[in-house]
Design a binder for this molecule. Structure first.
Ligand SMILES: [Cu+2]
Length: 157
């Protein structure tokens, strides 16, 4: 009630904050709508997280390749990893965010090879043997994380 009177009559010396409130609300609503549309289109495109970041296994011993992977909200860095076939691949995954993430590795035929939860600030070593060429999938299985960008692949060749 009090606010309406101030708005209608523009009482001098009235509460400035109250007088200006309606336009500010409208602006916020428009911004929110823009944000929602942006998020929706990114979800459709499936690329709300980090951009493409390429990585390569580096040799750390006979037949062993290692890759450092960072789990962030929401993505893996790198998220397109290349390793050589016939090696043991060691992924050192560090979760540098404050929330729990997960690292799931699927073989080229879609079977779960490894699956591990990593607490915020934690780390895990995910090792697997990649006998032949093919594309392995990596993603985080936490609710909606994959949709928000936590996915990528490991190309064995
Ligand atoms: Cu996650």
């Amino acid at each position: 009630m009090n606010q309406e009177i101030v708005d209608q009559h523009g009482v001098p010396g009235g509460d400035e904050g109250r007088v200006r409130r309606p336009p500010r609300r409208r602006a916020t609503r428009i911004q929110m709508r823009g944000l929602a549309l942006g998020v929706a289109s990114l979800l459709v495109a499936g690329c709300l997280g980090v951009p493409v970041r390429e990585g390569r296994g580096r040799s750390v011993g006979p037949g062993v390749e290692e890759v450092n992977v960072e789990a962030v909200s929401f993505g893996f860095v790198p998220n397109q990893i290349r390793v050589r076939a016939g090696r043991e691949v060691r992924l050192r995954v560090r979760n540098t965010s404050f929330v729990k993430h997960n690292f799931t590795l699927l073989s080229p035929d879609g079977k779960v090879v490894k699956e591990v939860d990593i607490e915020g600030g934690g780390a895990a070593v995910v090792s697997f043997r990649a006998p032949s060429a093919g594309r392995y999938t990596i993603y985080c299985d936490r609710f909606l994380h994959r949709k928000m960008g936590m996915e990528g692949f490991i190309e064995v060749r």
